[in-house]
Design a protein around this ligand. Structure first.
Ligand code: ZN
Length: 403
């Protein structure tokens, strides 16, 4: 029995309990207006369930249960169950029927509208969902916090970043969500999205203002720091760019790979290659980042020759073996072996290189989605900041990559 069946059976138990209660206290509900015994419906539904036809079972229970103040919650739950089973149209019908009841209590009216909005979102009817949620929002009941969360989902899907941020700001007014790290991170990313749009049209100073705003939600937002460094770099302020990039290094060493190239460019512009080498040595000492090791090996090779670079790499790989590092080491050593062996070795290296280049570079820590490029929002589970670099050192993920 899968978990869904178990869930349905549990639900049946609840309904059965309710029916028994009603039966015990008021015999008049035993028979529905059309004269059919409600127990008959109950057993028909149960039969469907035992025959592994849960959708028919749900339908039967919905039809069997008259809507009244005692059964509203059951109808709500059955509608939600239909949505989760992908029967969005049926779920919409169930919840719309509830909403159409004139005497629906206020607390239920909010729940029904929230459920209906979720159905609309599932059906891709985002405009309708938005209208309904704004209705709940304007009534200022406790349901507005939940409505705001769904609104954020909608605006995020529609890339309406400014509206998404406004909804976050409203949600952060709630004492319950005030310190919610995920909502604060979302708000920071919405600022970054707006900043990126401004950068496309060269509105650098407005973009900078948006990034400053991002830091009010999350003090060390990596994406905002990277964007700020990018603006400084393109404006020729290389010292300023380096300052921001180094802040990323201390805020989250997992993102070292992302700062290496811009750092290299900025130090080159300043003519401070030695200073960059010093920094790289420091990074390699405290963090086993493979890209930093490979970059340093290349600098050593250009400056002091292959033999010194080979010695450096061998020593490092003894301690922290990685496939990328070994491939680089063998490529350097290939000139020292006989030509026949060198040819075979080169073919082998090409094969390994091809294999390595297929590997994912990033993984979502929430849903496990793997990708070759960095996404700030996971394309699979739509959560922000859950995608992080995969460590290439033997033994799996580096603790440094975690936030
Ligand atoms: Zn994910």
């Amino acid at each position: 029995m899968d978990s869904m069946n178990f869930y349905i059976l549990l639900l049946i138990a609840v309904i059965a309990g309710w029916l028994m209660g009603r039966f015990g206290s008021a015999a008049k509900v035993k028979t529905k207006p059309n004269g059919r015994d409600i127990f008959q419906d109950y057993f028909v539904g149960l039969n469907y369930l035992l025959n592994d036809e849960p959708d028919e079972a749900i339908d039967t229970f919905i039809k069997a249960l008259e809507i009244n103040s005692d059964t509203v919650e059951t109808h709500l739950a059955l509608g939600a169950l239909l949505r989760r089973r992908g029967k969005v149209d049926k779920a919409i019908n169930v919840h719309q029927a509830l909403l159409a009841r004139p005497s629906l209590e206020r607390a239920f009216s909010d729940s029904v509208r929230l459920q209906l909005a979720l159905n609309y979102i599932a059906a891709g009817l985002l405009d309708r969902a938005e209208r309904l949620l704004n209705e709940v929002l304007n009534e200022e009941s406790d349901a507005r916090w939940e409505a705001l969360q769904y609104l954020i989902t909608i605006y995020q899907t529609e890339k309406e970043w400014s509206k998404a941020r406004s909804s976050c700001i409203k949600l952060l007014e709630s004492p319950r969500y005030k310190k919610d790290a995920e909502i604060r991170a979302s708000a920071a990313h919405f600022c970054c999205e707006i900043a990126e749009q401004l950068l496309e049209t060269n509105q650098d100073s407005q973009a900078k203002a948006e990034l400053k705003r991002a830091f009010t939600f999350e003090r060390k937002n990596i994406r905002a720091l990277l964007l700020l460094a990018k603006i400084e770099q393109r404006q020729g302020n290389f010292q300023g760019a380096i300052k921001e990039l180094l802040r990323i290094r201390s805020a989250n060493p997992g993102f070292i790979t992302q700062v290496l190239e811009p750092l290299n460019q900025c130090y080159q512009q300043l003519g401070s290659n030695d200073e960059f080498e010093k920094l790289l040595r420091e990074i390699v000492r405290e963090n086993t980042n493979t890209n930093a090791v490979l970059l340093l090996a290349k600098i050593i090779k250009d400056k002091a020759g292959s033999a010194v670079a080979i010695a450096f790499l061998s020593e490092h790989l003894d301690q922290y073996p990685t496939l990328d590092g070994l491939v680089e080491l063998l490529s350097l050593q290939i000139h020292n072996v006989e030509s026949e062996v060198a040819a075979s070795l080169e073919s082998l290296l090409n094969l390994i290189h091809e294999q390595v280049s297929k590997n994912s570079e990033y993984r979502c820590h929430h849903c496990g989605f793997e990708t070759k490029s960095l996404f700030w929002m996971c394309p699979s589970c739509k959560k922000w900041d859950k995608i992080r670099p995969i460590s290439k050192t033997a033994g799996g993920e580096s603790s440094l990559a975690r936030k």
